[in-house]
Design a protein around this ligand. Sequence first.
Ligand code: ATP
Ligand code: MG
Length: 281
Amino acid sequence: MRTITHIDRMQKVSDDLKKEGKTIGFVPTMGFIHEGHLSLIDIANKNADVTVASLFVNPKQFTPTEDYRCYPRNLARDKKLLKKRGCSIFFYPDVDAMYSKYFKTEVYVRNLSKLLCGVRRKTHFKGVTTVVAKLFNILKPDIAVFGQKDAQQVIILKRMVEDLNFDVKIVIGPIIREDDGLAMSSRNIYLKKKEREEASVIFKSLKEAEKMIHDGERNASRIKKRMRRMISTKKSAAIDYIRIVETKELRSVNEINGEILIAVACFFGKARLIDNIIINL
Ligand SMILES: Nc1ncnc2c1ncn2[C@@H]1O[C@H](COP(=O)(O)OP(=O)(O)OP(=O)(O)O)[C@@H](O)[C@H]1O
Ligand SMILES: [Mg+2]
């Protein structure tokens, strides 16, 4: 695996690969690699000739009160895991190179960025869309692979790609989970023992919602109420939101019909965890 830190070099390497007729599969990450990230590497390997993973802890997607400074990092381990999984290029740019002191341009997907996670994390998605637009311009990938764990991110990035005509195909990988159902996440490292045990209730509440719908329930309020009650039995849980929305505009639905997203964000101690399921009726 080749490590590239300079933006110019990365652009040149991508250009050369394209000239050779090679397709590029791209997996953007913030590092502290886990099986969720590695599953996306597998998908890139399958769908493109060359897999590039980036590691960039993007300051612009952290709101001022969040954990940018203490975000978990382990560069040596990350590189080892990515290499072992068949990633060919590791792009690891510097913050000051990505955002010079004159930096002024931002990409913002209206409305969608304000809802769900955007209520609490007001500038988060603007940071995501801005950095992903930059990375797309640097790497010029044929496909870019993102995880369904971040369901709203996927919806926003697909909107951005379509609206701004980025010549890249977005591919979505399924949510990879721990044995008890907890969605893998770099921030799970923050969980204390009891919090870690209790955190599996998020997925259990989503499965319960799925079962209610399977058994004929169509009223969104009743489903959310049952989920809220389940999660609230856990002492360390502080619910941020439980929402049932349609997947185009992220508008709340009263009745379950068509394609809907059930999304949860919940604090366990200092870790804010998210999870979701999509249901298609
Ligand atoms: N459990 C998972 N299953 C599938 N994809 C995942 C999973 N966790 C993260 N991803 C995806 O990996 C990519 C990089 O995400 P990121 O580096 O932010 O990891 P993360 O685990 O979400 O970290 P954090 O919890 O700090 O946000 C994103 O596309 C994200 O959706
Ligand atoms: Mg993440």
